[in-house]
Design a protein around this ligand. Structure first.
Ligand code: PEP
Ligand code: MG
Length: 594
């Protein structure tokens, strides 16, 4: 039990790592793992049948579990207690539980977890009205049954937040990417967690969903119990619990100012990402779910540079089949037309786990069975995705991107599977484009060092700086204790990027960056100098990058790069670049005080 050192009414300022900008003021919803909680999530009409299927599968799994427990109870000679399990099994068959939940999914278009919770509430109310004590107690049986179904629905997921109020700020020890992706966007306006780093996937998802977030606060959960007012300043990495009226007022003003700046920046979204001397960069968006496409368009991205398809595998018990992949990617390419969508094949593992895919417990998941390694082992799962991508290519512009390639041998293995997938479709007479550009992520040092070899066998490179930094500097990107070592401007990283760009261009292929560095305007001129062709980032970052490009020249970038390549440490480089950018853009950058 953690010691709460603060009285509820005392203002407490905490400093963490700001991972998603914006200022919000709201009430705390404290997520404690011990308690099962639920978040309502809207679904679209096309998802109704798959939600109902999830519900029915969860019931089947629950029944199987109960039967197994019953066998064990019998085997141990505790026959007399098995009637409780029989009651539970009968509740599983209950028409009201089934019917109400399914009707709610269909009519209210909500996720199964929430529909089931609402049904339970309704049944509980009915039981509360009954006078009979015995019958009243049966309510508990139903609650237990529902809890079991919920657990099976969620796999290892978080569950959700009960009685979520408007303007809620979720405070938790940790949130997995799977948890974050299912937050109710209408209600959750901010996130604060004890653990986490800047490029953890939870941070990335919160940025994509435009939810201001601060992670790595060490013990924010110790200072709240739920319901208190809290301020999140995602830009500065500050969280204020129980703010005084004066502090609240200050932040309300700051919030207004921030929103004004955002609106001003939005003006750049419709302009070209072109320098004053006519050099043009393609700015694209990173997305995790298709619901982000409207904001991709709003912020002026020219296509999707990275679609992280692994999110399709989270928060569910079944593995998507070819048809599901196809339908989703078809929608993606149609909605993003006339631009292209770069679909990255599954990157599960690391800090992203699917509850239904058994990955052996690994000492070090970031270096374990992750991404392409998993796909090469589970070729049926991989091929279903490849066939889905191929089929979608008949409806728009698709590119395919392979994560975690460590060398050319893995690439060749994938190409053989890719050819098999094509043959399978051709023999079924299914239409697809035969010339889909195939690229690799450069995110493992071995790939960066052998970029010249890889460049001969692919159509494009996309540099994943999040992992490239993690693996080059040997720091866990999700660990707040080593986040101070996460140095994008470390000479090793700058040299890696330079080497990769040079190899790509020598081979005549395009190269972009899709890691979080691409979204930070501090680095834009360096990338311009390095000659990157493309930058892909969370949509909201695009106008800011356009602003920097439109007010600079390619020569500015080349001059800055020359200087940057002279420095021996990230600190020196950052000091230099911050000073330069603050002079060029005084309203956007603050100088380092050294
Ligand atoms: C990266 O590693 O930079 C990247 C873009 O991929 P992810 O963040 O999904 O690992
Ligand atoms: Mg990566």
């Amino acid at each position: 039990m953690k010691k709460r050192t603060q009285s509820a009414s005392e203002e407490k300022i905490l400093k963490g790592i700001g991972v998603s900008p914006g200022i919000v003021i709201g009430k705390v919803a404290l997520l404690e793992r011990e308690r099962t909680t639920f978040i309502p999530r809207k679904i679209i009409a096309g998802q109704v049948s798959s939600e109902i299927r999830r519900f029915e599968e969860a019931i089947e799994t629950s029944k199987k579990q109960l039967e197994e427990i019953k066998q064990r109870v019998f085997a141990k000679g505790f026959r007399q207690y098995s009637y409780i399990l029989d009651v539970h099994l009968r509740v599983m068959e209950d028409r009201m539980l089934h019917g109400e939940t399914i009707t709610m999914i269909r009519e209210k278009l909500v996720n199964t977890e929430w529909a089931l919770k609402a049904t339970l509430d309704k049944i509980s109310e009915a039981f509360d009205a009954i006078e009979d004590e015995y019958l009243k107690e049966r309510k508990e049986d139903i609650r237990h049954v529902v809890e079991r179904i919920q657990n099976n629905l969620m796999g290892e997921g978080l569950g959700t937040i009960e009685d979520l109020e408007e303007e809620t700020i979720v405070v938790a020890h940790d949130l997995s990417p799977a948890d974050t992706i299912q937050l109710n966007l209408q209600k959750v306006i901010g996130i604060a967690t004890d653990v986490g780093g800047k490029t953890s996937h939870t941070a990335i998802v919160s940025r994509s969903l435009e939810i201001p977030a601060v992670v790595g606060l060490a013990e924010v959960t110790s200072y709240v119990t739920g319901g208190e007012t809290i301020i999140i300043d995602g830009g500065e990495g500050i969280v204020i619990v129980a703010p005084s009226p004066a502090t609240k007022k200050t932040y309300q003003l700051k919030q207004r100012h921030y929103r004004y700046l955002e609106r001003e920046l939005l003006k750049y979204s419709t302009l070209r990402a072109e320098t004053q001397d006519g050099h043009y960069l393609t700015l694209q968006a990173n997305i995790e779910i298709l619901e982000e496409i409207p904001s991709v368009i709003q912020y002026g991205a020219e296509g999707i540079g990275l679609y992280r398809t692994e999110y399709l595998y989270l928060n569910r018990k079944t593995i998507p089949d070819e048809e599901e992949h196809f339908q989703l990617y078809k929608r993606l390419v149609e909605e993003i037309a006339p631009y292209s969508a770069t679909i990255r094949t599954i990157d599960l593992g690391g800090d992203k786990f699917a509850s239904h895919i058994e990955l052996a417990e690994q000492m070090n998941p970031a270096m374990g069975l992750r991404a392409i390694r998993f796909c090469l082992m589970e070729q049926d799962i991989f091929k279903a995705q490849l066939r889905g991508i191929l089929r979608a290519s008949a409806y728009g512009q698709v590119k395919i991107l392979l994560p975690m390639i460590s060398g050319v041998e893995e690439l060749r293995e994938v190409k053989a599977i890719w050819d098999d997938a094509k043959d399978e479709l051709a023999s079924r007479g299914v239409e697809f484009k035969d010339d889909i550009p195939l690229g690799v992520m450069i995110e493992i040092p071995s790939a960066a060092i052998t970029a010249d070899i890889l460049a001969r066998e692919v159509d494009f490179f996309s540099i994943g700086t999040n992992d490239l930094i993690q693996y080059s500097l040997a720091i866990d990107r999700t660990n707040q204790y080593v986040s101070y070592l996460y140095e994008p401007l470390h000479p090793a990283i700058v040299r890696h990027i330079k080497g990769v760009v040079d190899c790509a261009h020598k081979a005549g292929i395009e190269v972009g960056i899709c890691g979080e560095m691409a979204a930070d305007p501090l680095y834009t001129l360096i990338f311009l100098g390095l000659g990157l062709d493309e930058l892909s980032m969370h949509p909201m970052a695009i106008p800011r990058i356009k602003k920097v490009l439109r007010r600079s020249t390619r020569t500015d970038g080349e001059h800055l790069l020359k200087e940057v390549l002279q420095f021996s440490t990230a600190r020196e480089t950052e000091y230099f670049i911050r000073k330069e950018m603050a002079e060029r853009f005084p309203e956007d950058f603050i100088q380092c005080m050294e």
